[in-house]
Design a protein around this ligand. Structure first.
Ligand code: T1G
Length: 650
């Protein structure tokens, strides 16, 4: 907290109050205390016609101070400050110079008027933190813009930009040019008018039962078990049907209850972990290289996804395939990805065409000569990968970064005997690479610091969460996955029904359990890894999964793995064939409570995580949890195996 988080200046008859509390002008204790002092002070100052409130820098206010949430709330509380501003005898004008989020939006809503810059936007992202707005957002916003416009902001992460705010009469004026000067001038004019009705006391129309029923169904579906979105809807509805006073107290009580919840603690933990992820100590102060043109070798599922991610981030991409037919297939797959993104309104058709215009297809590797970075995404075979890099070393510029997307092979083996190892790095994307947010960054011992820094910078440009991983089999994510699956299979061997294990993990919050996941990904991937290890003479015991693969059951792609699948269907069906194959190998059927199944698997993940930390393969427990949440579908509302283990919640 800066020593003077709230600055007061006079601008003619107007008082200018600036919240200056880097990095995001959060409404921490000091800010609340100073603002609460200022309301009566300026009210009593006869020379002051009104108060213009704004934020220093590019933000209005980033919200309440989330770092305070692990402690009991301290007075003055935000609701009483906002209520005091709303009751002020002098008009308060929120000069919204940029994002007004959470408590920041609520502060602007409690002011008598809002003036917006073109960069302004109003958001109530509290549900992302497992809470609901706690200072009037669910009551004042609908009374200012109507229930229909307010609901998506309150419960569905939508935001209202400056232009829209004027259209909705949320803001009195959009001020272009010198925003602050314009806002002060406009406020001075409006300060003469009688004070408007406090937002919390404005009448509100109930959109009717149909609206609420449809909204609840839509939000329940998108919330996928998270509690806050439905609680936000309920607060909005209660305020509409029982009045603002009842609404405000319900909102506050619900906010405080959720704030103290495990889910909110987990989401806060991830909020800060995600923000510190891009600041790995290994790259602090190192300038990344500028990457404008990237090359991708291999147009398979990973190659296409990586290319789409790069195009989405504005880069020019040269996609190389070994022959024209393969290139044609890859290009068609990319066009389908871009078309699907446009259908999902991720971008416009025009922006889609712009992406594809930055794509250059190539047969062979020669056309990668001009690339700043080349990412190899070919078949997971050591010799194939070495051949590619041997050629890239001849074809590419000496300062080009060469990256491998291997998910299992030791990158040191890939570059063994090659020169200029300082330019090599592992960039492990997750499928589908244009969607999955995780990027495991695997430096080699010789990798140059600016090459590492470029990996982290690239992750930021792609909107991904970067995690440095050391070199071991499976790096962080696949190593824990192996342990997780091994433990799950061990339970099956002990007689626990694999469908019960899947059901327990779905209840816990995963989209699917370990056996459904294997059927989707294909049982043969890990089977081939084990077979390769056995061929190298390693003692790798036969697994139940191996039995299924040897019987031709590789998962959905063969119509059956652990479960059976109707042709063209993805719904798992119980399988008599699997029972026949495995019953002789597993113990007598036994019932185990879901809680026990979940605890055992999460404990195994956390245990493997601790070993990974001891070996220096990961930099922190947070890094491991980010891998699990952003790469392996660990439910966000649970924080991660290391988080749960640290809280003795398992
Ligand atoms: N409180 C404390 N620290 C915060 C913070 C906050 N609200 N928001 C960001 N930070 C820190 C962040 O950890 C990082 O720290 C630095 O600021 C820069 O963040 C009563 C209860 C505002 C759009 O959910 O969405 O109000 O890592 O890297 O990309 O109803 O931060 O540098 O040490 O993200 O420019 C609701 C959360 C709170 C918004 C800026 N508000 N913040 O993005 O920077 S709950 C939010 C953001 C609430 C009321 C309720 C973004 C941003 P460090 P950054 P950015």
């Amino acid at each position: 907290m800066s020593d003077m988080p709230v600055k007061l200046e006079r601008r003619g008859a107007m008082a200018l109050v600036t919240i200056d509390n880097p990095p995001v002008n959060a409404l921490g204790l000091g800010v609340r205390q100073r603002l609460l002092e200022l309301v009566p002070e300026l009210e009593a100052d006869a020379a002051v016609a009104g108060v213009v409130l704004t934020g220093a820098g590019s933000l209005f206010v980033g919200g309440a101070d989330i770092t305070e949430f692990d402690r009991p709330p301290q007075a003055p509380h935000l609701p009483e400050l906002l209520e005091r501003i709303e009751r002020s005898g002098k008009p308060w004008f929120a000069a919204v110079n940029g994002p007004a989020l959470g408590g920041g939006a609520e502060l602007a809503l409690a002011c008598h008027y809002r003036l917006v810059s073109p960069k302004a936007r109003f958001g109530l992202p509290e549900i992302n933190l497992g809470i609901i707005p706690g200072a009037g957002g669910t009551q004042r916003l609908p009374r200012l813009v109507g229930v229909e416009a307010a609901l998506p902001v309150i419960a569905e992460n939508a935001q209202i930009d400056g232009q829209r705010a004027v259209e909705l009469h949320l803001a009195a004026e959009l001020v272009e040019g010198d925003f602050l000067a314009g806002a002060i001038a406009a406020s001075a004019k409006m300060a003469m008018h009688p004070l408007p009705f406090p937002a919390a006391e404005l009448p509100i129309a109930d959109p009717g039962e149909g609206f609420w029923t449809e909204a609840a169904a839509r939000i329940r579906k998108s919330a996928r078990g998270a509690k806050a979105p439905l609680a936000a809807l309920e607060s909005l509805r209660l305020g509409v049907q029982k009045g603002a006073i009842a609404g405000l107290s319900f909102e506050r009580e619900t906010f405080l209850r959720l704030r103290a919840s495990d889910e909110a603690a987990a989401l806060r933990y991830l909020f800060f972990a995600e923000r510190s992820a891009s600041r790995s100590s290994t790259i602090r102060g190192v300038e990344p290289r500028r990457i404008n043109v990237a090359g991708v070798v291999g147009g398979g599922t990973m190659g296409v996804g990586i290319t789409a991610a790069l195009l989405n981030a504005g880069l020019t991409v040269v996609l190389s395939e070994r022959d024209a037919a393969s290139l044609e297939r890859a290009t068609a797959a990319l066009q389908a990805v871009v078309a699907a993104q446009a259908r999902r309104k991720m971008h416009s058709d025009e922006e889609g065409r712009d992406r594809l215009a930055r794509l250059k297809g190539a047969v062979g590797l020669n056309e990668l000569a001009g690339c700043d970075l080349v990412i190899e995404a070919v078949f997971e075979d050591l010799d194939v990968k070495r051949d590619v890099f041997a050629t890239l070393l001849q074809v590419c510029r000496a300062d080009a970064i060469l990256a491998t997307n291997t998910s299992y092979i030791d990158p040191r083996h890939i570059v063994e005997g090659f020169g200029s190892k300082e330019r090599f790095i592992g960039l492990h994307f997750f499928s589908p690479a244009q969607v999955m947010k995780l990027l495991e960054i695997i430096p080699l011992p010789q990798t140059a610091a600016d090459v590492k820094a470029t990996g982290f910078d690239l992750a930021k440009r792609l909107g991904k969460v970067p995690v440095r991983a050391g070199i071991c089999e499976g790096f962080i994510g696949n190593r824990i996955l192996k342990r997780y699956r091994g433990e799950a299979e061990q339970m099956v061997a002990e007689g626990v029904d694999f469908a019960a294990i899947d059901a327990a993990l779905r209840d816990f919050g995963y989209a699917m359990g370990p056996f459904e996941m294997q059927d989707l990904a294909g049982l043969d991937i890990s089977f081939m890894n084990r077979e390769a290890a056995r061929a190298r003479g390693e003692n790798v015991p036969e697994t139940l999964g191996d039995i299924l693969v040897r019987a031709g059951r590789k998962g959905q792609k063969t119509g059956g793995g652990w479960y059976d699948y109707e042709p063209g269907e993805r719904k798992p069906q119980p399988s008599a064939a699997t029972v026949r194959l495995l019953t002789p190998l597993i113990g007598a059927p036994k019932q185990v409570a879901s809680r026990k199944i979940i605890d055992r698997l999460i404990k195994a993940m956390a245990d493997e995580g601790r070993k990974i930390l001891e070996e220096g393969i990961a930099d922190s427990p947070e890094a491991i949890d980010l891998v699990e949440v952003h790469g392996y579908g660990f439910p966000r509302g649970k924080g991660g195996p290391m988080f749960l283990s640290a809280r003795n919640a398992i």
